[in-house]
Design a protein around this ligand. Sequence first.
Ligand SMILES: Cc1ncc(COP(=O)(O)O)c(C=O)c1O
Length: 413
Amino acid sequence: MATTEQSTTGSSTGPESGPAPGARRTADRPLLTGRLTGFGTTIFAEMSALAAETGAINLGQGFPDTDGPESVREAAVRAIRDGRGNQYPPGPGIPELRTAIAGHQLSRYGLHHDPDTDVLVTAGATEAIAAALLALVEPGDEVIALEPYYDSYAACIALAGGRRVPVTLRPRDGAYHLDLDELRDAITDRTRLILLNTPHNPTGTVLGRDELAAIAELAVEHDLLVVTDEVYEHLVFEGEHHPIAGFPGMRERTVTIGSAGKTYSLTGWKVGWITASAPLVTAVRTVKQFLTYVSAGPFQYAVAEALQLPEAYYEELRASLRARRDLLADGLTAAGFTVYRPAGTYFITTDIRPLGASDGIAFCRELPHRCGVVAVPNAVFYDDAEQGAPFIRFAFCKSPALLEEAAARLRRL
Ligand SMILES: Cc1ncc(COP(=O)(O)O)c(C=O)c1O
């Protein structure tokens, strides 16, 4: 499997599954823990294999086809040559990177964090998500997640023994929206935390200030924790990104997750982080130390430098991705899809029903054979696959020439 995205075509909603009572011997029980029953082969692996087999353009997986800034890559080479980070770096991350992350949160969002106590460097956002959920969720706790959801959420909630409670974003007027009443109704006395993702993969929704204020109020009212995945914070084309940690009462109850992968087009480096209050960081660090202990020494030095890039870098990234979004969105519209033009991220969700199809999984399996393009079915991001059945997702973090070729091929539909 090439990227962190690892959706499966089946999933488990809770800790109920496991070996039959009394099945103690290896021969009598499945090898995979019951907590992950249903989390089998990934749709991304399947679709990427199809792309390789058919020579199709792979717009399934979310990784750029160009590498991040040369100065940042050179910084990693320098670190390796200079012997910085070649041995275990400090558990919480190197001080240079923790200071740079705290500086980023302060200069962009006005959020004060002590680099020594409020920042933890992780092996990508993926480890941050896993460590946060394993640290904060007890078996039986309910975790509200925005659906469709990034696939590792479901797996990590299941590993923690939590119960996933989806709140579904629904398409309306060309975009996906959160229904705050549904969110309110999903809260019970077993709810432990709300797992947010904004900008949101796969719908491209960017939660607005009012929505975040309302979520924050609910979290405070019901004394809930919030874990917020903000890895696409710099990929916003419409509106603005607001970290929920900045809303009243949220500072002490929010774990904010960031990553260098998406912002600097370096998804293979796996440098992520959390920022939170010291007690929350301590809890997450306690788990993280037993998952990877530390990670990516030299890359940490390079990402510390990346975080000092001038504003022009981010503006250029946004402008270039916005142009590519429009290129692919227009191509998909011309090909007959209903397009939900994303306000953020580098994914476009489409509806295949205008093309006379309604089963996204079957459609994606056929697409490379029909016209040489690979996408992924959104059904795998839902508890109730029916809800996501007619939607499929394309990634546009690819070169304009490749996107143009993909659009031309899709017009054959
Ligand atoms: C919403 C979301 N969170 C987290 C990740 C993983 O980030 P990382 O590569 O830093 O582990 C991804 C990657 O696709 C993502 O889409």
